[in-house]
Design a protein around this ligand. Structure first.
Ligand SMILES: [Zn+2]
Ligand SMILES: [Zn+2]
Ligand SMILES: [Zn+2]
Length: 241
């Protein structure tokens, strides 16, 4: 009986003998063995940082370990990591690491996907630039600008070749493009569907205050203004564009 109680007590007492000592190097093969056992049993593999040790002594309780890349299985060396960091790395949820090569591959793949996506978006752009196209009537006027916005290159410079195509159109044809349709709808909305001079709500036109950015209107909405036909004609003499 005595013997059994002693054994029980021994069994329940946290063990003070660790398999590893501070500074040890743990190989990938050893980690393979460790991984065969449940997480709860890994606490006694090595001492962690004891309570109350000074900052400099904390550095003593560090280990080196070889983990495997979870993509390719290649060994990756981790140096000077704490017990907690190591156990975290081999915990079942976030097992291991990704080696630099696989990381690079992931980055490359993502940027390849992004440029494929960009290219696909730009494919749609010419449809907006042709006077022969127009929005389906189902596409609500207020929605058109966001459709254009979604496929426009982020920078004005990247739009240069498309702007050239727009500038090559006669002004009459330019006004027929879905590009201008979308933009002029946006400008009307910005001015609350009112003439910015007299407040009239009928017969609105969108007028270029300047043509410096012609072709690049999408990047310079501030150049455009909403006017009623009457006020607009003041800017153009008789003819209205
Ligand atoms: Zn890898
Ligand atoms: Zn005008
Ligand atoms: Zn007006």
């Amino acid at each position: 009986m005595e013997e059994k109680l002693k054994k029980l007590e021994e069994f329940l007492t946290p063990k003070s003998d660790y398999f590893y000592n501070p500074g040890d190097f743990i190989t990938a093969e050893e980690i393979d063995v460790i991984l065969k056992f449940p997480q709860a049993m890994r606490k006694n593999l090595m001492p962690g940082i004891p309570n109350g040790v000074s900052r400099t002594s904390k550095n003593f309780y560090r280990y080196s370990a070889e983990l495997r890349c979870r993509k390719c299985g290649e060994k990756v060396l981790f140096e000077n990591i704490t017990k907690n960091q190591l156990l975290e790395k081999i915990s079942s949820k976030r097992w291991g690491c990704v080696c630099d090569m696989c990381k690079q591959k992931e980055i490359d793949e993502r940027s390849r996907q992004r440029s494929a996506y960009e290219a696909e978006r730009l494919c749609q752009l010419p449809m907006f630039l042709s006077p022969d196209n127009s929005f389906c009537p189902e596409v609500k006027p207020w929605k058109r600008y966001s459709l254009l916005r979604n496929i426009l290159p982020f920078s004005e410079q990247d739009f240069a070749q498309y702007a050239e195509d727009l500038k090559a159109l006669s002004y009459h044809d330019f006004l027929k493009t879905p590009y201008w349709d979308a933009i002029s709808q946006k400008v009307r909305q910005r001015y609350h569907y009112m003439c910015s001079l007299c407040g009239r709500k009928e017969g609105l036109n969108v007028h270029h205050k300047t043509y410096i950015h012609h072709g690049y209107e999408a990047y310079h909405l501030e150049d455009l203004i909403c006017l009623c036909a009457k006020c607009h004609s003041k800017f153009h003499g008789k003819e209205i564009a």
